[in-house]
Write a protein that binds this ligand. Sequence first.
Ligand SMILES: C[S@@+](CC[C@H](N)C(=O)[O-])C[C@H]1O[C@@H](n2cnc3c(N)ncnc32)[C@H](O)[C@@H]1O
Length: 257
Amino acid sequence: MAAVEFFSYYSNLFGDRWDGLLAALSGPVNYKELHFGDELEPYFLDEASWFAAASLPIEPGMDVLDMCAAPGGKTLVLAGALAGVGTLQSNDRSADRRTRLHRVINSSLPEAYRNIISVTGHDASRFGLHRKNSFDRILLDAPCSSERHVIESAAHLAEWTQKRISHLAQQQGAMLAAAVDALRPGGMMIYSTCALSSLENDQVVAKILKKRTGKVRVLEMDPEFEGTDRTEFGLQMLPDRCAGRGPIYCARLEKPE
Ligand SMILES: C[S@@+](CC[C@H](N)C(=O)[O-])C[C@H]1O[C@@H](n2cnc3c(N)ncnc32)[C@H](O)[C@@H]1O
């Protein structure tokens, strides 16, 4: 029953586009290889995910937070931009996933890049309380509906409910508020998800613009890949139009000085 509801929900959302999108969601992914040296393991990251992380302008010396970092593909992109100078806190609340995160960092990054990374296990929605105005850059790659994974698994499809989307949107809103509070004035962040619905994407951003009026604003983003959809506040790359890349939504936000 849940599977039927899932397909009918997204078919209503995407209309004529749904059949092609559904086929592309089960099709091949377009990967980017991240490789930091001959003795290190290459890491393969969906190019749309790479784009979301690479859209955060990072310079060596900055203090950077990856709020929901495991298994670590985007942390590698952030660490690459810092090139061993500055600090990178790679946080994830799940202990199992932090084990994978450690493995990815240790096997794919050179020692000098690893030395500035601290892996932590805090609840992302509480960063604003303990680390107010602390980071130059934040990536919030939030837990989301991950429909690409749901359709691959009968068990996940059987558990799907529409209510879960609003529950996740609430969590995402709390994490985004914490991220805004943890950013230094003048700092920048990316909010990203791999969710299809605007409830987890633009609408989360719309809420933070109201909740933190004057404390955060949206910055323009330029698409990298043909077929990227512009949304009200950001960009969405979906695999039917972006040659297998995505789904990824991202919006770039700035905390004014
Ligand atoms: C979309 S995944 C992150 C993927 C990661 N950024 C990457 O590129 O490999 C979302 C992550 O959020 C973590 N998470 C869920 N709830 C959390 C919370 N309250 N605080 C911190 N992390 C959380 C999950 O364990 C999961 O690893």
